[in-house]
Ligand binder design. Structure first.
Ligand code: SER
Length: 314
């Protein structure tokens, strides 16, 4: 059985990844770590939780050693919009955090590392429709620059030290448990809360802005599937993945099928330029071919599920 360390467990993905991993690998085998207090209950009630800052190298090594860790999910990151407000901090957290994890992993012979990249690795010169796995990576945001650098770094650690590093370029993630923070795709989560609570939403992207997205159950499945993929079948370390693509206007229309009174207006801010530099849709055929990536949720199914869950909760 794996002994898994999840760094950044209190974030949008971590807070649902940890319970999903505990289901599969056993509660005691999944150590959730974070810096944010209070940690969400969904994390604290289900298994071991400790404080960990990936920038503190010694503490990181201590945890890996004492908890007998063999697998790491490194989820701690500043997202695109925060990254543009604090570019130096984004570089520090995203790159020095990853470097510390890779270094500790090398010292303690970690079996496997999952570190998510992002569609932010692409940029204005990348083809925006059906963006291929292997293409131009010239992002215009600090977040994107940290993701491309991270992709090169994990490849380097594989080539030089034989570390089994794996990564997927995540699109915007839609989820009902923990709100994202500081991203450009955050609107696609906020809109649901506002539709249920206030029946209206002001979107910070234009109506026609189309971006690739994925629903959380597919995201956690994606993480586990790539972790467990047979190494002999993987021909690369970074994979495009996607669940669906829609514009802000299309999402609003889909929500109106469930909440007919829902109204939306559009006041684009600085995040519009970030969205305009990213793909509108993603070609994830290599992930499908090499490790049978197969998402289950499209726009209709995801919207219905989000509305059902949030209606009950709010
Ligand atoms: N969700 C992220 C963001 O918007 C993209 O990886 O920054």
């Amino acid at each position: 059985m794996r002994r898994i360390l999840v760094i950044g467990a209190a974030g949008q993905i971590g807070s649902e990844l940890v319970p999903a991993l505990r289901e599969i690998y056993g509660s005691e085998n999944v150590i959730a770590t974070g810096r944010r207090t209070p940690l969400p209950e969904i994390i604290t009630k289900g298994g071991p939780v400790i404080y960990l800052d990936a920038l503190q190298k010694d503490t990181l090594s201590k945890v890996i050693y004492e908890r007998d860790i063999d697998t790491i999910f490194h989820m701690a990151s500043l997202l695109s919009a925060t990254g543009e407000k604090m570019p130096q901090a984004a570089w520090n957290i995203n790159i020095n955090g990853l470097l510390n994890v890779l270094e500790a992993a090398r010292s303690y012979s970690i079996d496997r590392i999952i570190w998510p990249s992002s569609i932010a690795a692409f940029g204005p010169s990348t083809p925006r429709e059906n963006t291929p796995n292997e293409t131009i990576l010239q992002p215009s945001t600090m977040y994107g620059i940290s993701k491309v650098s991270g992709e090169l770094l994990i490849e380097y650690y594989y080539q030089k030290y034989g570390l089994d590093t794996r990564s997927m370029r995540l699109p915007g993630i839609i989820s009902s448990e923990t709100l994202p923070g500081g991203g450009t795709t955050d609107y696609a989560v906020e809109i649901f809360y506002e539709a249920i609570k206030n029946k209206k939403y002001t979107c910070f992207l234009k109506e026609e802005t189309r971006l690739p997205m994925m629903y959380m159950p597919d995201c956690t499945k994606c993480m586990v599937d790539l972790l467990e993929a047979d190494p002999s079948k993987l021909k690369r370390h970074v994979y495009n993945v996607t669940g669906m693509s829609f514009s802000a206007g299309e999402l609003a229309l889909e929500i109106q099928k469930h909440v007919p009174e829902f109204k939306i207006d559009y006041k684009p801010d600085f995040r519009q330029a970030i969205a305009d530099s990213w793909p509108m849709s993603i070609d994830d055929s290599l992930a499908r071919a090499e490790w049978e990536w197969n998402p289950k949720y499209d726009l209709q199914k995801m919207t219905k599920d989000m509305i059902d869950i949030l209606r009950k909760r709010l």
